[in-house]
Design a protein around this ligand. Structure first.
Ligand code: FAD
Length: 462
């Protein structure tokens, strides 16, 4: 780490590396300050599998077409009103060029697999996942002469009149000041900061699982907000899915997610159902189940399926709990036996005749239940019976900083910071206020990482 750079990039995930490569390719000297050690570099990006891309014709890895208007409609449907439309449209249009840009920098792709939420038309899948993508970017960064500091947490930003001239970086207990002509903040959300989450969720946080990196503590986000940068997004909102309750508290990644909820029923600790497991196609509903489970006693629930649906979903990394009868299953799960039996019996009695089709909103539903199951309702009557324990798994938080279309940070008084840029999750709230579009996190990071890197280099080099 030298004492001064044209561009300092805060963070070491996808948005950071896209910014670092873009700035370096324009001739800037670049430092990447990554708070994780080398083996754990890459933030939440290393857990990813794909990014969402618009395309006007099929490609070797993307089926059919996915045009700007359809992409924008999908975004508006999940995110509701209040998003920054010019910024959103820029993300969508520039997503069309991401695949080629990534390919030149060593990323390889693969066709989407079965059980990956039917995303083969809209999402480009990385061969080897996010870890391979980041390895390719880091290799290229090192090859181009980007300095990468690991175990390097940014603990201070010197912001005056909207400009950031230097940063304090803590490496191995010592804090060093590094001067920068331009700064790109790509430090993710604050989802790994349990104290900050507790401000919103209270003690329920003790039952949460954080799916990604422990290093996304929101330190830099907090510093920016304290320095007067305009916040965007709901401070209380986070993306949460149902994960296997046996997952580690932090960093369990994608393999702990459970996608069999639409194929069975979900009960809480009392053995009672509490949500419509078949309300909509799973890609549109999976992100609701984290907060549904979070509202149950002890933030605990169980998904129950039978032999009919075995093999029809991407399994968790943990084995299911298996039993020959519903009563035996209840005992193993430590649920009230009679209540679970009654819940299953009531569900079975309410299932209407229909033809099951997991690929569409089929006509298999219940009638007369509270809550109903609207699609894919099949009797749970074929042993062995299986269950997975569930907990809320927090993916990321939505609170971020406002930016303009050039990814420059906007201060609370409307002034644009000339040399301070933000990319990735830390500014995603400008275009994603709630809900989620699978793959859009990596799109935002790639598009605005590139924009921020180019802008930072241009600012630094005049
Ligand atoms: C399990 C899982 C699966 C996912 N799958 C997908 C998917 O397939 N497609 C998709 O689009 N999205 C997916 N997401 C969401 C996706 O991970 C994020 O949208 C995306 O990675 C954000 O990229 P980023 O570069 O902004 O942040 P990150 O990749 O999280 O990087 C943030 C970086 O900042 C560093 N950092 C934090 N604070 C500091 C500090 N003070 N000083 C220095 N460094 C700091 C961290 O160490 C980290 O390197 C997934 C998330 C998870 C958890």
């Amino acid at each position: 780490m030298k004492s001064a750079y044209d561009v300092v990039v805060v963070g070491g995930g996808n948005a950071a590396l896209c910014a670092a490569l873009s700035a370096r390719e324009r001739g800037a000297s670049v430092l990447v300050a990554e708070s994780a050690p080398r083996d754990f570099r890459g933030g939440n990006s290393r857990h990813t599998r794909n990014l969402r891309c618009m395309h006007d014709q099929p490609t070797p890895y993307l089926l059919e077409t996915y045009r700007e208007d359809e992409f924008f409609d999908d975004l508006r449907r999940v995110s509701g009103a209040g998003i920054d439309e010019p910024l959103a449209r820029r993300a969508i249009r520039e997503s069309a060029t991401c695949g080629a840009w990534m390919g030149v920098r060593g990323v390889r792709f693969q066709a989407s697999l079965r059980g990956t939420l039917h995303l083969g038309r809209t999402n480009l899948f990385f061969l080897g996942g996010g870890k391979a993508l980041l390895n390719a970017y880091y290799a290229r960064a090192e090859h181009l002469g980007v300095d990468v500091a690991y175990d390097a947490e940014v603990v201070g930003l010197d912001i005056e009149a909207g400009a950031c001239r230097s940063l304090q970086v803590r490496v191995g207990g010592a804090v060093t000041t590094v001067a920068a002509s331009a700064v790109v903040v790509a430090s993710g959300g604050f989802e790994a900061n349990l104290d900050w989450l507790r401000e919103v969720w209270g003690d329920a946080v003790d039952g949460f699982v954080i799916r990604g990196t422990p290093y996304n503590t929101g330190t830099v986000l907090r510093m920016l907000l304290d320095a007067g940068v305009e916040p965007v997004g709901d401070p209380a909102a986070c993306h949460a899915v149902a994960v296997d309750a046996r997952a580690p508290k932090l960093d369990g990644g994608i393999v702990t997610r459970l996608d069999c909820i639409p194929l069975g029923i979900v009960v809480n600790k009392k053995g009672q159902r509490f949500g419509d497991e078949g309300e909509d196609l799973w890609p549109k509903r999976y992100a609701e189940w984290g907060s549904l489970v979070a509202r149950q006693p002890d933030q605990t629930a169980f998904v129950v399926i039978d032999a009919k649906v075995a093999g029809a979903f991407m399994p968790s990394v943990y084995p299911p709990i298996v039993a020959g009868s519903v009563a035996e299953l209840a005992q193993q799960l430590q649920l009230p036996v009679e209540t679970l039996q009654a819940t299953v019996a009531a569900f079975n009695a309410a299932v209407q005749p229909g033809r099951v089709n997991h690929a569409e909103l089929d006509d298999c539903r219940t009638a007369g239940l509270t809550p109903e199951k609207s699609h894919w309702a099949q009797r749970i009557d074929a042993p062995p019976y299986c269950a997975y324990p569930l907990r809320p798994g927090i993916t990321f938080t939505y609170l971020g900083v406002r930016v303009d279309v050039q990814a420059r940070v906007v201060m609370g008084n409307g002034q644009v910071a000339p040399n301070l840029f933000a990319a990735g999750e830390v500014m995603a709230g400008n275009i994603l206020r709630r809900g989620y579009l699978a793959g859009f996190g990596m799109t935002i990071g790639t598009v605005f990482g590139r924009i921020a890197g180019r802008g930072a280099a241009a600012h630094a080099r005049g």
